[in-house]
Design a binder for this molecule. Structure first.
Ligand code: HEC
Ligand code: HEC
Length: 189
């Protein structure tokens, strides 16, 4: 009897999760790494709360379909249905964006500001906080994480399907793109 109750309880939970009725339960797994509400506390772990719904949905579905490279997320996301991914994207898009202003040397900051305004601002906005619909916010995103992602966009070994973003960083010298990442990481809004 006790076993039957346990099975009922478990299937009940699974059913609720699959119907997308309680996305906060699903999101708990994410918060373990990405922080409460998707506001990350770790340097190579991105913040995801407050990114646009369209961007969140796109990257997660690309990982699920092996169209985009990521060591950790491509494994994690395969355990979620498309409906659950939609619910998670909606949930995290509703959270506030928490920028973490990271200190950087004045030299890197001015070098990065120059690259950012010449070659990144068109899509990301001057401080990374006013992107076009296709583009994620990067003001106060962790710069260590951004540097790693930029390496992935530059390299042909990683599947990063967004052609325009790839082209934008491939046109930069590595040090300039890295300085721009530092600049954006130092912007509050
Ligand atoms: C074990 C830690 C871990 C867990 C749990 C985790 N993530 Fe991630 N997430 C990462 C890492 C690391 C990255 C950077 C890409 C990579 O290397 O996989 C990332 C990247 C992301 C990104 C891309 C952010 C950006 O700025 O482009 C999204 C979106 C995301 N995760 C969503 C989620 C969601 C939703 C969940 C819960 C279902 C989740 N993650 C659970 C570690 C984790
Ligand atoms: C043509 C528009 C465009 C330009 C120019 C551009 N970006 Fe991007 N950027 C994007 C888009 C769109 C994405 C998301 C692409 C995807 O889905 O993979 C992105 C993603 C990023 C990311 C990853 C953010 C995350 O959360 O994972 C970083 C970091 C970044 N851009 C930095 C830069 C820097 C630095 C420059 C200038 C050297 C730049 N971008 C120029 C459009 C652009």
């Amino acid at each position: 009897m006790r076993k039957l109750l346990l099975i009922l309880a478990l299937t009940g939970l699974a059913g609720a999760a699959h119907a997308g009725t309680d996305v906060t339960i699903l999101a708990r797994t994410c918060n373990n790494c990405h922080g409460m509400g998707g506001a990350s506390a770790g340097t190579s772990m991105p913040s995801i709360g407050g990114l646009s719904r369209g961007y969140l949905e796109r990257v997660m579905k690309q990982w699920k379909n092996d169209e985009r490279s990521a060591i950790t997320m491509s494994r994690i996301i395969k355990g979620f249905s498309d409906d659950e991914i939609d619910a998670l994207a909606e949930h995290f898009a509703k959270q506030p964006w928490v920028s973490v202003v990271q200190k950087t040397s004045p030299e890197l900051l001015s070098k990065g500001a120059l690259t950012a305004s010449d070659n990144c601002a068109d899509c990301h906005g001057k401080a990374g906080s006013d992107p076009d619909v296709d583009t994620p916010k990067i003001n106060g995103q962790w710069s260590r994480y951004m540097e790693l992602e930029i390496e992935k966009y530059r390299s042909s070994e990683f599947k990063m399907p967004h052609r325009k973003m790839k082209k934008a960083v491939q046109e930069e010298k590595p040090a300039e793109a890295a300085a721009a990442a530092r600049y954006f990481g130092a912007q509050s809004k």
